[in-house]
Design a protein around this ligand. Structure first.
Ligand code: MN3
Length: 195
């Protein structure tokens, strides 16, 4: 059975960018709900119960058709949130360094230009979804809880949840303010290690 992953930081440690309440509700209610609903579906899928979440959503065609949409939504929701938390740190923000910084400058001209492009695309996601950065530094959107892995793409090195549930407590409908706050939390030093 899948479990809600423990965060590497406390619920109040991303203040003032994410309030304790916003982070706690997002993790302990929204993410937990995906885990619970995924586990409920998995009860009907004993042959998949030993597989990792990455394996399951990469191979959605192995899921019997009647359960496939549920696994895509709840499994994708569990996976997407699990990686999202890892991209954040109380000591985050600023700019990347080393070869990641170099690669961003090569592709986008400057970190600022990359930040503007990523922000513009995050604001442009219609409805609920995610915006991701690929290892080749291309920017890819997924709708709802669709995952990059289900689409045959590599795992993201960075991504942001633009579902309204991610920001309504602190930012109401204001996704732009939420995205601006999120840049202050990006765990660049961890992301550099994954390259
Ligand atoms: Mn969310």
């Amino acid at each position: 059975m899948f479990k809600l992953p423990k965060l590497d930081y406390e619920y109040d440690s991303l203040v003032p960018y994410f309030s304790k309440e916003m982070l706690e509700v997002h993790h302990s209610k929204h993410h937990q709900a995906y885990v619970d609903k995924l586990n409920a579906v998995m009860e009907s899928l004993p042959s998949l119960q030993t597989k990792s979440i990455e394996d399951i959503i990469t191979n959605l065609n192995d899921v019997p058709e009647e359960f496939r949409v549920a696994v895509k939504n709840f499994g994708g929701g569990h996976y997407n949130h699990s990686i999202f938390w890892k991209f954040l740190s109380p000591n985050g923000g600023g700019e990347p360094s080393g070869k990641l910084a170099e690669a961003i400058v090569n592709k986008y001209g400057s970190f600022q230009a990359f930040k503007e492009e990523f922000t513009k695309k995050a604001l442009g996601v219609f409805g609920s979804g995610w915006l991701w950065l690929q290892p080749d530094l291309s920017i890819v959107m997924t709708a709802n809880q669709d995952s990059l892995l289900s689409q045959g793409l590599p795992a993201a090195i960075l991504g942001v949840d633009v579902w309204e549930h991610a920001y309504y407590i602190d930012y109401k409908y204001n996704r732009a303010e939420y995205i601006e706050a999120w840049w202050h939390l990006i765990n660049w030093s961890q992301i550099e290690k994954t390259l």
